[in-house]
Design a binder for this molecule. Structure first.
Ligand code: PEP
Ligand code: MG
Length: 754
């Protein structure tokens, strides 16, 4: 036996991948133990199921098909109890569940052992005998030893990813199409493919005789599109919050804009017919938007294209044929537009899938507001073959299953149901305090940028604003805003939340946030001229902004100032010097303004190790985990090539954050976390354990995090943190945290945080 064990383990370790490792195990064990069947089941932690992954003896078609809910059947029992089960006749046992798919009718003897790694059950190794057979103790230990070895190989291969790949290999129809980004949620439905309405690019130039008549026709077409837009917006009014309805108003404004109207009319006056002149104006606009650095503005190009097509349609008098939509519609297209979405009655729409676009696309923004999952940017989407097909949209993992297997379909239906229950439950938390079970209060703040963020943030019960990204109002203009323009914008945010605190971050441009009117050419923008570096090199920009912020605070006094991208104390000294100067100047001008609290973003590794020196200069810290993760791991936060390596739960990132909190608390400074991880329920749980003073996140995730805060004690979170320090990889840490949320009855959040 020992010899077989050694040889089998050697072979398994040499196996190039998990599937081959599993197949070696099942066939060697079957031979060595002289049994009729050997199988391996693995835990699919994403779906919380145990899946048959390899077998020698059962029907091989059942691989990937046989799925048991955790805890179900004898295999589930072994996994749950984490101990071996040795039965001479399986069918006598009360937990036995008969599974016809595997062809198990003739088998009686059963021995199953758990496959455990780092205290987590990864799966179950099972042998079966046709006859009744009670396995000997030594056979049981043989199987145990093998299972322990298998555990190493499985976790080494990254179990859950391999499970998916393995299943995808076994049946084409389970193939998941991967998108670049998504809005969260799950949906099961039927694809309805939408096509661009009219092909503007194919329109030729054509001379026109009656210029005035042509202009009149163009104006009539624009007016008709405006009417269409208004009726679409009216149709959505009951389903969308006002600020999202405003997006339709923005389209109407764009439609009426001098550039679009005037540009086309000018083209007609120059002798081109309306469709030709329109094509040129739209193309110019699309180019201008596509050249923009800011991803949000870049996405506006498809809105312009959509408007152009709609005007053309009216010019050509091919009015859109009203389509009939069925329940559970999943809208699919090359470049699904916001207006195409608006044409589907909201009660019939369950998902959106688009080959182009990103989560910043207008259509995705509306989908998110409606709570509809959307997967965007699937390069290889076979649009032509999808109409009428059943689809599963997995907005958590940016993927779409075409013709899903029964198991996947059911799983997502269940997820959908659970989500509906979850969001109803979450609404009830809006007015409740963000407080742990042992009475520790952790204020939850909102991250804002656009004024349209204010309403959702207030509506979800945010305790204030933890990060107001002031570069956003700069990004959506075509020149630097004046001091007075800035003051008015900031005032609206400060006023909306007063007396709750609003942390206003000074301009953080550079990196991936380039102002169209202040271009910076660099080989390495993320390591270059960014954030405070630009502000200090351009004191005139910084002083104007600081004056506007301080003035906006007049009489409210709920302002806190935050400095981005600080890498050393010299920058703080210079910035504070300028802030003091601005404050003094304003006092000299007769304004009665308080001097605000000043904080520093900790997002550059050098800042992590200078907390005491920085604390001597400022009042508080806010950890920008997005950049801190990017700089600590040397992983570009926007590069999809290395997206898998980008992990805020990487042990080194967690250690850095913990270090900052401890050092800051030692000198009595508070610490907030305002990067994306603050809105991830599992990460928030860890931050709670580290003793973070507050969290700031986008409004969409706030109630989920509040639920976590209210469901644990801080000492439970601390205990969990102790366990996390034992783990060496982010994936293991996430798995542990997911398990803790599940154990606390917050399983629904596990999907949300993925
Ligand atoms: C961060 O880096 O975590 C952060 C909050 O700042 P931004 O995402 O705006 O760079
Ligand atoms: Mg940052």
């Amino acid at each position: 036996m020992l010899d077989t064990l050694r040889r089998t383990i050697q072979e398994v370790n040499r196996a190039p991948d998990l599937p081959r490792a599993l197949s070696i195990i099942v066939s060697r064990v079957k031979q060595a133990m002289v049994v009729d069947v050997c199988s391996v089941y693995l835990l699919d932690s994403e779906l919380d199921q145990i899946v048959l992954m390899a077998t020698d003896g059962y029907n091989s078609d059942a691989v990937g098909e046989v799925r048991l809910r955790a805890g179900q059947g004898l295999v589930g029992l072994v996994a749950r109890r984490e101990e071996a089960l040795n039965l001479d006749d399986a069918s006598d046992h009360p937990a036995y569940v008969f599974t016809s798919k595997i062809g198990e009718e003739p088998f009686h003897g059963f021995l199953g052992v758990p496959i455990i790694q780092h205290r987590h059950v990864l799966g179950v190794l099972v042998v079966r005998q046709r006859e009744r057979r009670r396995f000997a103790e030594q056979e049981e230990t043989f199987l145990f030893t093998l299972a322990a070895q298998l555990a190493g190989a499985i976790s080494h291969a990254g179990a859950s990813g391999e499970i998916n790949r393995l299943l995808q290999q076994s049946d084409e129809s389970r193939y998941a199409l991967k998108g670049a980004s998504a809005t969260p949620g799950a949906a099961v439905g039927v694809a309805r493919v939408v096509y661009p309405m009219a092909n503007l690019e194919a329109i030729p130039d054509r001379p026109v005789d009656d210029i005035d008549a042509e202009i009149a026709e163009f104006r009539a077409a624009v007016a008709a599109v405006e009417r269409d837009m208004r009726s679409m917006s009216a149709r959505m009014v009951d389903s969308l919050p006002v600020e999202d309805i405003a997006l339709f108003d923005a389209l109407i404004l764009m439609l009426r804009s001098e550039n679009l109207m005037g540009g086309t009319i000018e083209g007609i006056r120059a002798g081109n017919w309306a469709p030709g002149a329109l094509r040129n104006t739209i193309a110019e606009h699309v180019d201008a938007f596509e050249d923009m650095e800011d991803p949000y503005l870049r996405e506006r190009a498809s809105d312009v294209r959509d408007l152009g097509r709609r005007i053309l349609q009216h010019l050509q008098s091919i009015h859109p044929v009203a389509r009939k939509f069925e329940p559970d519609t999943i809208l699919v297209g090359e470049d699904v537009s916001a207006s195409q979405l608006a044409e589907v009655p909201v009660n019939l729409l369950v998902g959106v899938v688009s080959a182009r676009g990103s989560s910043a696309s207008h259509v995705a923004i509306i989908a998110r507001a409606l709570g509809i999952p959307a997967v965007m940017g699937i390069d290889d989407l076979p649009v032509g073959r999808l109409d009428g097909q059943e689809l599963v949209v997995d907005g958590y993992q940016s993927r779409v299953f075409v013709r899903p297997s029964q198991a996947i379909r059911n799983e997502f239906l269940r997820l959908q149901r659970e989500e509906a229950e979850l969001s109803t439950e979450l609404q009830g938390l809006t007015r409740l305090a963000s407080e742990t079970r042992d009475g520790v209060r952790i204020p939850l703040y909102a991250n804002t940028g656009l004024l349209t963020d204010i309403t959702p943030s207030l509506r979800c019960g945010a305790d204030g604003v933890g990060l107001y990204r002031t570069e956003i109002p700069f990004l959506i203009r075509d020149r630097f805003p004046s001091e007075e323009e800035q003051r008015r914008t900031y005032r609206q945010v400060l006023e909306a939340f007063a007396p709750a605190p609003v942390t206003v971050r000074t301009l953080d441009i550079g990196g991936d946030k380039m102002l169209p009117y202040f271009p910076v050419e660099e080989d390495n923008p993320f390591l270059g001229w960014r954030g405070i570096r630009i502000s200090l090199d351009h004191p005139e920009i910084f002083l104007t902004q600081v004056r506007a912020i301080l003035r906006a605070n007049a009489g409210l006094n709920n302002l806190q100032l935050l400095l981005p991208m600080v890498s050393g104390v010299g920058e703080i000294d210079s910035a504070v010097g300028l802030i003091r100067r601005a404050h003094e100047e304003l006092l000299d001008e007769g304004e009665e303004l308080v001097y605000p609290k000043i904080g520093v973003m900790i997002e550059v590794p050098s800042a992590v190790y200078q907390i005491p020196a920085m604390a001597a200069r400022v009042d508080f810290f806010s950890i920008g985990s997005n950049d801190l993760t990017q700089y600590l791991l040397a992983v570009d936060r926007n590069n999809s090539q290395v997206a898998e390596l980008y992990d805020a739960l990487h042990p080194s990132v967690l250690r850095a954050i913990h270090h900052v909190i401890q050092e800051a608390h030692a000198v009595e400074r508070s610490v907030s976390v305002c990067g994306e991880m603050a809105g991830d329920p599992v990460a928030a749980l860890l931050l709670l354990g580290m003793g973070v003073d507050s969290l700031s996140m986008s409004a969409a995730g706030l109630l989920r995090v509040k639920w976590v805060v209210r469901s644990f004690t801080q000492s439970q979170a601390q205990k969990l943190l102790d366990e996390v320090w034992e783990l060496e990889e982010g994936s293991a840490i996430r798995a542990l945290l997911n398990a803790s949320l599940e154990a606390a009855g917050l399983g629904g959040l596990v999907h949300a945080g993925r």
